[in-house]
Design a protein around this ligand. Structure first.
Ligand SMILES: [Zn+2]
Length: 414
């Protein structure tokens, strides 16, 4: 909650001093390497835009009646609005005002990153104040060459193969989307940093879409090493957690996430790739990139992309629940492997201390023969646990005992 409270009001536009300030703040909590992409540089088919800043933005009637003022809320001006200081008529003003039909007392979030236009966002309830024929519009904004920043922290594991954990940081004046994902990621880092992980975990804090594109287009090696990813956003509101599968939909991370959700929740919303509110998974799992990425969030929610999405709608309980679900998925993925048998025939269980008395554990006793049939190198321990109907923990504990006795070799998904 502290991270969310501290970063909430910062003007964290795509390329901005506020975004840099937020990354600096995070780098005191998690050791970040900051990657820089200068304005105008090309990333695949995209070009890095200019840095944007705004010092003043308002609309007033010619009699001085101020109808909207950036001073009152960071969402009042559309992000990346062009500068303007003009008197315009009512028709023109109306073309540049954004409001939310569904939430008339909230200010919507609008952005014009690539449009070269300007806009103001206001409460629909206040539209009735626009009774004048002429208005003075002032936006003191500046576009200049700058550097887009991506914050990256890599936690080395036993293997160089990477699991990507990502969230975006570029929604100024909004809390649940995206700071809740950022704060959960920091917590997850703090848990994983004290563990002996098999995989290397890469934490990425990006400006949405363009940040992931810049990073991946400049790091071909990361692309090759990344096995899968989890995108985290909208994690603290009261709505239930939902799971969006990767493009392929049935990769190991998809199946593990599905199992964790199914075990944790009686019912949950599951969506096909890009069927929900999509974020940077559409970059990670895009043509030629193909890193299977599941997306976990609590969407849809009514406050989405409005000023009502503030720290008041976030609870510590929901953040923790989100964190626990993601950690559980990571926990299984990290300990999973493909057992390949070194034995022939049924193993003499008693000789190796592998016999399980059915009086003590009936379920495991019954599953042993089924487990031994599935060590041909085409199934992971997780697959085996699904097929024999045991928990992953019980299965991995038992299969690990085969490994200790030299009866299997561990291999991993290529
Ligand atoms: Zn958003």
């Amino acid at each position: 909650m502290k991270i969310i409270d501290d970063l909430f009001a910062m003007r964290r536009d795509l390329i901005s001093d506020g975004f840099d300030e937020a990354l600096n703040y995070l780098s005191k909590l998690i050791p970040l390497r900051i990657h820089r992409y200068p304005t105008g540089s090309n990333c695949w088919t995209w070009t890095i835009p200019k840095k944007w800043s705004v010092t003043e933005a308002y609309i007033e009637a010619l009699n001085g009646d101020r109808l909207v003022d950036l001073k009152n809320h960071p969402l009042h001006v559309a992000s990346y609005s062009c500068p303007i200081d003009e008197v315009v008529d009512k028709d023109e003003i109306m073309r540049h005002l954004y409001f939310s039909e569904g939430r008339p007392s909230a200010i919507p979030f609008a952005y014009k990153y690539y449009d070269k236009t300007w806009g103001f966002c206001i409460q629909k309830d206040r539209m009735s104040n626009f009774v004048y024929d002429k208005y003075r519009v002032v936006i003191k904004s500046k576009f200049e060459d700058g550097e887009m920043k991506v914050g990256e922290c890599t936690l080395k594991g036993k293997t160089d193969n990477i699991v990507v954990l990502a969230s975006h940081l570029c929604h100024p004046g909004i809390a649940n989307d995206d700071l809740s994902g950022v704060s959960v990621m920091v917590d997850i880092y703090n848990v994983l940093k004290d563990r002996n992980n098999y995989y290397t975990y890469q934490f990425l804090f990006v400006p949405e879409t363009i940040g992931s594109i810049a990073y991946l287009s400049h790091n071909a090696d990361i692309l090759l090493k990344s096995k899968c990813g989890i995108f985290m956003d909208m994690m603290g509101n009261k709505e239930p957690l939902s799971l969006q599968y990767s493009k392929l939909g049935n990769t190991p991370i998809d199946r593990i996430a599905k199992r964790v959700f199914a075990e944790k929740f009686q019912r949950f919303e599951e969506r096909k790739y890009l069927a929900g509110m999509s974020n940077d998974e559409k970059v990670f799992d895009s043509p030629g990139v193909d890193i299977p990425m599941v997306a976990i969030n609590r969407s849809p929610y009514p406050e989405y992309h409005t000023s009502d999405d503030n720290p008041d709608i976030i609870s510590e309980d929901k953040l923790n629940e989100s964190k626990d679900v993601v950690l559980k998925i990571i926990d299984i993925f990290d300990r999973d492997y493909i057992p390949v048998r070194n034995f022939t025939g049924p193993v003499f269980l008693s000789k190796y201390g592998l016999w399980v008395d059915w009086h003590k554990d009936y379920k495991l006793n019954k599953a042993i023969d089924q487990i031994m049939l599935r060590m041909e190198g085409d199934k992971t321990v997780f697959d085996i646990s699904e097929e024999v109907g045991l928990s992953f923990n019980d299965t991995v504990k038992y299969v690990d005992m085969f490994h200790k006795q030299g009866l299997i070799t561990k291999t991993w998904i290529a």
